[in-house]
Design a protein around this ligand. Structure first.
Ligand code: EPU
Length: 299
């Protein structure tokens, strides 16, 4: 276990926003999970699972949060094949593995399933916890087993009957105060490196054309309403012309809030939230549709 005191959320989130947490606890082996209750008691604060910080909007200032992060395969160790059937291979990866590393490993191995997530800067654990998806791929349906820690049950290995998932939603069926995914096993279809690489390339090309991938964002702010597109509604509501402090909505895609860290104004949580609310109100006023936030807010 590694403990870093006073981590800055603005350095741990892709929106580059957020204050100072109590500590960051990196869990590297099963024993570390056993020691977790004592560590949480020692530091106090509210435990929060943190992956790549790519879907998070965090308050400024001193935060009463304890950040829990599964080991990142920082030793360079690779995902492991745990078995196979005729069509697919089963692959176990640490929840802390960055998606870009996992996706390029899959390309080298010729394993298909995650190509849609190319270019997403999150970690595997977070991608499962929110059932991240893009270009026809969703993370949670690929999971065949996972190890999850809850304060109520400790660290356990669970199968798909233990959770439910839908569009941008994943939750364990058994109630728990919070949970942290330690590793997951995915079922990935056997393909060829060339086929997987070309699917990744096609998705990345589309993503570069339609999303502000070089800016500080937290991905899409709102979920798509059923049979509708949040981006299209926001665009039609004129949110691309709104600005508050260092925040504005992307000209490329109206569902992306951009933190312009180079504009000379300090970006604040209040500005980001009030801009999001203004956008929500505009869409509601014009179309009568209540957009639901996809981005997770730690306030
Ligand atoms: N559109 C506009 N104006 C805009 C943006 C989009 O008119 O400013 C229109 C597009 O022209 C298109 C429609 O809205 O007709 C949908 O846009 P797009 O194809 O970009 O897809 P999306 O529904 O906005 C979803 C996911 C993305 C994912 C892409 C690709 C959600 C909320 N968003 O975007 O996921 O990458 O599809 O599969 O489900 C995320 O969840 O953070 C995310 C980025």
């Amino acid at each position: 276990m590694k403990i870093l005191e006073g981590p800055l959320l603005s350095q741990l989130t892709t929106l580059r926003l957020g204050g100072t947490a109590i500590a960051e606890i990196r869990l590297e082996c099963a024993d570390d999970y056993g020691a977790l209750p004592d560590v949480i008691r020692r530091f106090g604060g509210i435990p929060h699972a943190l992956g790549g910080g790519s879907n998070l909007l965090v308050r400024d200032g001193d935060l009463p949060f304890l950040l829990l992060r599964p080991g990142r395969q920082a030793d360079g160790s690779e995902p492991q094949r745990t078995g196979e059937d005729q069509e697919a291979a089963f692959v176990r990866a640490d929840a802390g593995i960055p998606l870009p590393r996992l996706v390029s490993w899959c390309a080298r191995m010729g394993l298909s399933g995650l190509e849609g997530l190319a270019g997403v800067p999150g970690h595997l654990g977070g991608a499962i916890a929110m059932n991240a998806g893009a270009y026809g791929c969703s993370t949670a349906p690929l999971v065949t087993r996972l190890a999850a820690y809850t304060p109520e049950q400790g660290l356990r290995i669970l199968g798909p009957s233990a959770w439910e998932c839908s569009y941008r939603h994943f939750s364990f069926l058994e109630p728990c105060s919070w949970s942290l995914i330690a590793w997951a096993e995915l079922r990935l279809v056997k393909s060829t490196p060339d086929a997987v690489r070309s699917a990744i390339h096609a998705n990345l090309t589309q993503k570069k054309q339609s999303q502000p991938i070089t800016e500080n964002t937290a991905g899409c702010i709102f979920k798509n309403p059923e049979q509708n597109s949040a981006g299209r509604l926001l665009d039609a509501a004129g949110v691309k012309d709104l600005r508050k402090g260092a925040f504005h909505f992307s000209r490329k895609h109206a569902n992306f809030l951009v933190h312009d860290t180079g504009c000379g104004v300090l970006g604040t949580f209040e500005d980001a939230i009030s801009l999001i609310q203004a956008a929500q109100e505009r869409v509601h006023g014009l179309f009568g549709i209540e957009l639901e936030r996809e981005v997770i807010v730690w306030a």
